[in-house]
Design a binder for this molecule. Structure first.
Ligand code: XMP
Length: 191
C-alpha cells in the first residue's frame, strides 16, 4: 500500500491494495486457465490501452504459470479524454495489428463503468469473426450492471468513485501506483 512515494500524498483513501490485486490476478488466471484448458491455439489477449497495461502485464504472466499459451495484442480507444466523466464517444486510437479470425479472444480491460466502451469494443471484435470473445475486467463499477455487456471474469466490484492507480490515470498521472485509490478533492481543484 502506501510506501512513501510522491503520489501517496495525493491519495484520500485506498480502495484496493497492491497485495489484493496480486492475489486476485492469480485467482483470475487460474479460472481462465481452467476454462481454456482445451484451447489448442491458446488465447489471444487484447489489452485496452492505456489503463489496462499493468493488468495485462501481470495477468499474462500469471496465466503463463497456469497455461494455455497466450499471444498479446494492443488496442487503444478513447472515451474519457482528460476528465473524469464519459464523453459517450468511443474513438479507435490504435487498432489490432493482426487478423483474429477463428481465435479465442480475451479482452483485458481495466475498468467497466458505464459499459459504453466495452459494448462498442465487443461489437467491433465480433465483426472480425473470432472463435469467441470474452472479457476479463479487473474493476467494475455499479453502473456496469445496467448494461448488457457480458463480463465473464471480474476482479473487484468497486464504488462509483473516480479511481486512479494500477494503470488508471487522472490527466495521465498516477498510472504507476501499485494500488488503486481515490484522489483528494484538492488535487482536482489545482489541476
Ligand atoms: P465506460 O464508462 O465506457 O468506461 O465503461 C470505461 C473506461 O473509462 C475509463 N474509466 C476510468 N478511468 N478511473 C480512471 O482512471 C476511473 O475511475 C474510471 N472509470 C472509467 C477507463 O479507461 C475505462 O476503460
Amino acid at each position: 500500500m502506501a510506501d512513501g512515494s510522491w503520489y501517496d500524498a495525493d491519495i484520500d483513501h485506498v480502495i484496493i491494495s497492491e497485495e489484493q490485486i496480486r492475489e486476485k490476478i492469480d485467482e483470475l488466471a487460474k479460472q481462465v486457465s481452467a476454462d481454456h484448458a482445451d484451447a489448442k491455439d491458446g488465447i489471444l489477449l487484447v489489452c485496452v490501452l492505456k489503463g489496462a497495461v499493468m493488468f495485462m502485464a501481470d495477468f499474462a504472466r500469471a496465466l503463463g504459470r497456469h497455461g494455455p499459451s497466450t499471444e498479446m495484442e494492443f488496442m487503444a480507444v478513447s472515451s474519457y479524454g482528460q476528465g473524469t466523466t464519459s464523453s459517450g464517444v468511443v474513438r479507435i486510437l490504435k487498432d489490432l495489428d493482426r487478423d483474429i479470425t477463428d481465435r479465442h479472444v480475451l479482452v483485458v480491460e481495466d475498468i467497466v463503468d458505464s459499459g459504453l466502451t466495452l459494448s462498442w469494443l465487443m461489437k467491433y471484435l465480433e465483426s472480425r469473426s473470432p472463435a469467441s470473445v470474452e472479457v476479463v475486467a479487473l474493476f467494475r463499477k455499479p453502473d456496469a450492471v445496467k448494461v448488457q455487456v457480458p463480463v465473464k471474469y471480474v476482479g473487484f466490484d468497486i464504488p462509483s468513485e473516480f479511481v486512479v492507480g494500477y494503470g488508471l490515470d487522472f490527466a495521465e498521472r498516477y498510472r504507476e501506483m501499485p494500488y488503486v485509490g481515490v484522489l483528494k478533492p484538492e488535487v482536482y481543484a489545482r489541476s
